[in-house]
Design a protein around this ligand. Structure first.
Ligand SMILES: [Zn+2]
Length: 301
């Protein structure tokens, strides 16, 4: 009897152990399937970033960061400060005539440092387009840094500072200057390198004429020529144009719309959808502006 009972109870123990074993197996299978699922997701994410990005690790990182940004629809119409810089270097006395276009590197650094400290998000042209057309923002504080003319000091002076603070910026390039290898302008190699680190290059026409006084044909060739140069040499879809000296007429607006999604002027103000995507206001940055002045102009205009 005692033996039998013992046997019976050992059967029970075996049975219980069996249940526990099956339980563990089920749990294990569940955990494994979850792990595989999340691995799939990671793989998918990696595929996305590697298919759009190049060999540079920093590009992949910044793209992954961009993916994490969550955009919020806004109740009020979105208004974006598009800052307009030209040259960044210490002015030579011989350049006095264009003094207003030259910001010293030390002043420029105070601007970028402050924007970063204040928590501003630096928009790319594509993000600016998304913000304006979808009335949506990746952050309550956004800014689009633009530079006109493709000066070489964008590479030698501005770029190291922008990189230091993790800021993205756009340079609007005069493409014939690049093509002709003008010493004072950016080269394709410099642009390609900077593009790997978050900088964008958009159009500023082929030869920088006053578009408002050109024939429709000339306006068109200035705009399509600069776009195709940038598209093919930087392997991109160039979406934005800056009008030389901010000059344009009705023909300019119509023609710009055939090649570009956005165009910026030199009219003072914050950019908003209701102003028209092809005549966006900008905030002119003067060499005398302190970081405080800059922030005030971004709010007030
Ligand atoms: Zn210009």
């Amino acid at each position: 009897m005692r033996r039998r009972r013992k046997r019976k109870s050992s059967y029970k123990v075996i049975l219980a152990l069996g249940f526990v074993f099956v339980g563990f197996c089920l749990l294990g299978a569940f955990a494994l399937s979850k792990a595989f699922l999340s691995e799939d997701k990671t793989a998918e994410k990696t595929t996305i970033s590697s298919s759009t990005a190049s060999t540079s690790t920093s590009t992949v990182q910044s793209e992954e960061k961009a993916e994490e940004v969550s955009w919020q629809k806004q109740d009020e119409p979105v208004r974006i400060p598009i800052l307009m810089y030209h040259a960044i270097h210490d002015m030579d006395p011989s350049e006095a005539a264009s003094a207003n276009l030259i910001v010293s590197p030390s002043v420029f650094e105070t601007h970028i440092k402050r924007l970063k400290e204040e928590g501003y998000y630096f928009l790319s042209p594509e993000e600016a387009y998304k913000a304006l057309t979808e009335n949506s923002l990746p952050s309550q504080k956004v800014v689009w840094l633009t530079f006109d003319d493709g000066n070489e000091d964008f590479y030698t002076q501005a770029y190291p500072i922008l990189k230091k603070y993790g800021a993205k910026a756009t340079n609007n390039v005069i493409t014939s200057f690049v093509e002709n290898g003008n010493a004072a302008n950016l080269t394709l190699e410099q642009m390609q390198e900077m593009k790997q680190n978050g900088m964008s290059f958009q159009a500023h026409t082929v030869t920088h004429p006053d578009l408002s006084v050109q024939t429709p044909e000339r306006q068109s060739s200035e705009m399509t020529g600069s776009k195709s140069f940038l598209d093919s040499n930087l392997s991109q879809d160039t979406i934005a144009l800056a009008y030389p000296s901010g000059r344009y007429n009705d023909t300019t607006l119509q023609t710009a719309g055939q090649s570009y999604k956005l165009a910026v002027t030199t009219n003072e103000g914050l950019a908003e959808y209701s102003d028209g995507l092809l005549s966006l206001d900008r905030v002119r940055v003067l060499p005398s502006m302190t970081a405080d002045d800059l922030l005030a102009s971004m709010r007030a205009s």
